[in-house]
Design a protein around this ligand. Structure first.
Ligand code: AR6
Length: 164
């Protein structure tokens, strides 16, 4: 599994699946969630409504509609509450579940945003370490290409440094 960092808008990526940093209702919001719903079009919200939400630390998959990506995997990251509320395991759960869903749907390339590091306040470097550790510990699968899609240069720099 090759992991590459890119500074980009995740909604433009032509991959098997992009991951969305969603909220438990899965009914859309700001940040990357808003961008994904705008770019995918109203059918995405319709499919999300039928999913009945998703618990924090897990993820659900939908079609990509008007996006270049075939699927959207909606992962619900934890709100940062200081680190003593299981945030690390919940964030790792997002990455693990997203990979498993991708694999089940025959996806071979996937792009992740920096889940929880915007509105949800998870410290950027700590979140990047959780993301990379979880990706590296994942059982080998049919997924051959992972893009870490950073929106801001600070996040891109952190990932580039951690990846060496
Ligand atoms: N492409 C890639 N990354 C992006 C994009 C984009 N188009 N837009 C923002 N980011 P956030 P969270 C980055 O706040 O912290 C929503 O309202 C952003 O710079 O989107 O998990 C949901 O509905 C940051 O690095 O997600 C939830 O209520 C990262 O994506 C809540 O926000 C995550 O920031 C989830 O909060």
């Amino acid at each position: 599994m090759r992991i590459e960092v890119r500074q980009d808008d995740i909604t433009t990526l032509e991959v098997g699946a992009i991951v969305n940093a969603a909220k438990e209702s899965l009914l859309g919001g700001g940040g990357v969630d808003g961008a994904v719903h705008r770019a995918a079009g109203p059918e995405l919200l319709e499919e999300c409504r039928a999913l009945g939400g998703c618990p924090t630390g897990s993820a659900k998959i939908t079609a990509g509609y008007d996006l270049p990506a075939e699927h959207v995997i909606h992962a619900v990251g934890p709100v940062w509450r200081g680190g003593g509320q299981g945030e690390r395991d919940l964030l790792a759960g997002c990455y693990r579940t997203a990979l498993a869903l991708a694999e089940q749907h025959g996806v071979t390339s996937i792009a992740f945003p920096a889940i929880s590091t915007g509105v949800y306040g998870y410290p950027k470097e700590a979140a990047a370490r959780v993301a990379l550790d979880t990706l590296n510990e994942a059982p080998s699968s049919a997924i051959t290409f992972v893009i870490i899609c950073a929106f801001d240069s600070e996040t891109a720099d952190i990932y580039s440094r951690l990846l060496g």
